[in-house]
Design a protein around this ligand. Structure first.
Ligand SMILES: [Zn+2]
Length: 156
């Protein structure tokens, strides 16, 4: 059963969590965040269109408190209110997607190039006063460090 929110995105894929499944945690979307999931889906549609309708793989949008804790998410994570997505655009490098985000989604709040070519893109949205903040996340001694800007630290 699938519940389309926009043409290409379902409620299931935006509320699914591998961690919730693995640990048996509840990740049901509270009704008050439904509008936020719609906003994320509409935003992902704009990214999809920009890249010539290449499919987008979403790995995380909404996270309940228990799921967010289990994945080590920030206490103020936009995922807690379904205002963020972790994703990849199939066939486009993550750094190219990150560099295009300010053009595609000028009102974006935060875009994080997470852990290089084999990682993902975190895109956070805001209802007001977006920060327009690009960051690069890198592991240093097993700890996540955020550097300003979209930086190619994995250049060969
Ligand atoms: Zn994220």
């Amino acid at each position: 059963m699938s519940h389309l929110i926009t043409e290409h995105f379902t409620l299931e894929e935006l509320t699914r969590s591998a961690t919730a499944l693995r640990l048996g945690l509840d990740n049901t979307l509270p009704a008050q965040f439904y509008r936020n999931v719609e906003l994320v889906a509409e935003t992902l549609e704009r990214i999809r269109t920009f890249f010539g309708n290449r499919p987008i793989r979403v790995t995380s949008c909404f996270r309940s408190k228990s799921v967010n804790t289990a994945v080590g998410g920030s206490l103020t994570s936009a995922h807690l209110v379904a205002m963020a997505a972790d994703f990849e655009v199939i066939g486009v490098s993550n750094i190219d997607v990150c560099r295009a985000i300010p053009l595609i989604i000028p009102e974006y709040d935060q875009c994080i190039y997470e852990f290089g070519p084999t990682g993902w893109i975190h895109l956070g949205l805001a209802h007001s006063s977006p920060r327009h903040q690009p960051l690069t996340a890198v592991k240093v001694h097993n700890k996540t460090v955020y550097k300003p800007g979209i930086v190619d630290l994995w250049k060969m």
